[in-house]
Design a protein around this ligand. Structure first.
Ligand SMILES: [Zn+2]
Length: 212
């Protein structure tokens, strides 16, 4: 079943819900559809185009101070699906300071790695191997990560998420996007550009294709 991106009344990304739940919100006037999906749902008497992006009609207060949940999907997205040691396609999660030597399962101690590097590194510190990383691992920031971390993707969501961080990851989407969806950079509603706040992005470069 396809998923729908939910935005707050303020256009902040809130999460991903099922199409069925999104339709119920729209039919109850709790949300409005901003983007259609390619799906049409039929009842006995009518047909309705299912949404791909909805916006709540009332602002909900959500405590956004917590860190981005550390999941395998979110980690692979942060590290571009590449092994941080050699750049090969990542297939595993590595603890930079091995757990057996007190390393914790935290954003600043986990990286995506290929099987070979993970195996070679085993229970050793980087200094013992003479290995280096381009930059120390850090937690991702930006509201868009709540969506990116789910691993659910839809190129139509990109313009709505782009202002909230994770821009590199969405650029990577373009390798897979349909051409008709990749040209727009700002959401438009009823012909008027939506008010979006552009936060400066302080993240690295290296847009590479996600292999996962
Ligand atoms: Zn590697």
């Amino acid at each position: 079943m396809p998923h729908v991106l939910v935005l707050n009344a303020s256009y902040e990304p809130l999460g991903v819900i099922s199409m069925r739940r999104a339709l119920i919100l729209v039919l109850n006037h709790k949300a409005v559809s901003l983007e259609d999906s390619e799906f049409t749902l039929h009842s006995a008497t009518s047909a309705i185009t299912a949404p791909s992006v909805v916006r709540l009609t009332r602002f909900v207060r959500v405590p956004f101070c917590g860190p981005v949940p550390l999941t395998r999907r979110a980690l692979f997205a942060r590290d571009h699906g590449r092994c941080v040691y050699c750049g090969a396609a990542a297939t595993s999660v590595d603890h930079v300071i091995p757990r057996s030597r007190g390393g914790q399962h935290r954003w600043d101690n986990v990286v995506a790695a290929c099987r070979r590097c993970n195996h070679t590194k085993a229970d050793r510190h980087l200094t013992e191997l003479g290995w280096r990383m381009k930059r120390p691992p850090a937690p991702p920031s930006g509201l868009a990560w709540r969506i990116i971390g789910t691993g659910i993707r839809d190129p139509r969501w990109r313009p709505y998420l782009e202002p909230y961080g994770g821009v590199e990851q969405f650029r990577e989407y373009e390798h897979y996007d349909h051409p008709e969806h990749s040209g727009r950079s700002h959401p438009v509603q009823n012909g008027h550009p939506v008010q979006v706040v552009h936060h400066p992005i302080h993240r690295g470069e290296q847009p590479e294709a996600l292999s996962a």
